[in-house]
Design a protein around this ligand. Structure first.
Ligand code: ADP
Ligand code: MG
Length: 409
């Protein structure tokens, strides 16, 4: 890492107004945050298992409080079907209260009379956390009525939820159309750094893609064939590429749709200046389990009864060398089934190389970030994105509805 993300940042201007461009003093500001955090424990002992996303929103929350705003926070949490109490924001409110200097009050609902009374009692600098936005069926339908109820609660809106900016929901898009709306500091930082990779990356620019689904990564592969100097493929997605090349993949994870997408990417790679590299050796197992029978094979042919569960040591060390020589590195998707210790080696090798490179390093994707954290390397990467799907969509060049809805700079 080099701190270089900051350097390239200067070459781009953020297209939207941010919290720094508006006067929020004395105002009620509704902030969409991404507090969709993992929970652990049961009943009243339920607590936040990983507070990374809560901490990522603190700069915006503290900035607004410092400017004299009354801060209303709203987020979704999990996928409630019927207002399950296990998915209440209570554990989040508790953790947020510990992390902020002030008092955090938890609202009993997403909107309504009682919430309006809570808002009416707020003093400057107070923080009110609304209930799980997906307790309301109108949230994911982007229901205009829900958006209007939310808009009634506040004088202005801030989107700081990069992780859900690719969704047009009532709290990310609908309400933004009804209030003066600007970006929070996290959203600004995520978009600026990720966009800078598309514009003027330090070269050579090396992209490492792995993970489970080709469909998630195909758009990014095609985009980076035009932008990057090298794409290194690992994870389960390499087996769709092998199948497309007519190589036996045994019981490895291959989706039908993936083979077609891989074939197209291989075709595009032929006419591109970017090198697309597939693994040359593998670690295979006889089943997806930590106590599977394991072999390391030279070559990539996988026989029936076996599945490829990690890229091999020669491939991983070749990838690490290339990462070390790169000016910019983007990594998304683990190299193998890293949750199973026997198949975590290549993901660890790549994570260490990404952390150690002198070039600018950016990591996106829920599982890649979890791997980085598991190896204790997250602090050594220039930018760890809080958005999985959102970061991939942005890198593909798609527009993010949650960003589009904000006031232009
Ligand atoms: P991210 O969240 O970083 O974008 P994905 O969600 O695409 O990554 O993929 C992560 C998952 O891919 C992990 O659960 C991992 O076990 C799985 N995976 C990686 N390589 C393999 C493989 N060879 N076989 C089966 N699963 C794999
Ligand atoms: Mg994932």
């Amino acid at each position: 890492m080099s701190g270089g993300a900051g350097t390239s940042q200067r070459t781009l201007t953020f297209p939207k107004k941010t919290v720094r461009d508006v006067d929020v003093s004395g105002k009620r500001v509704l902030v969409r945050v991404d507090f969709n955090v993992p929970l652990e424990g049961e009943g009243s002992d339920r607590r936040v298992a990983d507070d990374t996303r809560i901490r990522a929103a603190l700069p915006t929350i503290e900035y607004l409080r410092g400017q004299g705003a009354r801060v209303l926070l709203v987020s979704h949490l999990g996928r409630p079907q019927d207002r399950e109490p296990e998915l209440s924001m209570a554990p989040v409110a508790k953790r947020l209260d510990e992390l902020t200097a002030g008092r955090v009050v938890q609202a009993s609902a997403v909107f309504g009379d009682e919430v309006e009374r809570d808002v009416g009692r707020m003093l400057v600098g107070d923080v009110l956390l609304l209930e799980n936005s997906r307790y309301e069926p109108g949230e994911i339908k982007n229901d205009p009525q829900l958006a209007a109820e939310l808009a009634k609660l506040a004088d202005g809106y801030v989107n700081d939820a990069f992780g859900t900016a690719h969704r047009a929901h009532a709290t990310t898009e609908g309400v933004a159309r009804l209030l003066p709306s600007v970006a929070g500091l996290l959203l600004e930082r995520e978009v600026t750094i990720l966009s800078s990779l598309l514009v003027d990356p330090e070269r050579p620019f090396c992209v490492i893609l792995g993970g489970a689904k080709v469909a998630d990564k195909a758009g990014v592969i095609e985009r980076f064939l035009e932008i990057a100097d090298s794409i290194l493929i690992g994870g389960a997605i390499c087996f769709s590429f092998f199948r497309a090349q007519g190589i036996a993949t045994g019981d490895s994870l291959v989706e039908d749709q993936g083979v077609e997408l891989a074939r197209r990417a291989l075709e595009r790679a032929k006419g591109s200046n970017c090198r697309l590299t597939l693994p040359s050796d593998l670690v295979i197992g006889d089943r997806f389990a930590a106590d599977a029978e394991i072999r390391t094979i030279e070559g990539v042919e996988v026989l029936e009864g076996w599945m490829g569960l990690d890229i091999g040591p020669a491939t991983a060390s070749g990838y690490a060398d290339e990462i070390g020589k790169s000016g910019t590195v983007l990594w998304s998707g683990p190299m193998g089934a890293f949750e199973l210790p026997p198949f975590a080696a290549a993901t660890r090798t790549v994570a260490q190389a990404v952390a150690a490179t002198a070039g600018t390093s950016v990591v996106g994707g829920g599982d890649s970030v979890a791997a980085l954290e598991q190896f204790g390397l997250a602090d050594r990467v220039d930018h760890v994105s809080t958005g999985g799907g959102a970061s991939l969509e942005l890198l593909e060049g798609k527009s993010l509805p949650g960003l589009e809805a904000l006031a232009d700079a």
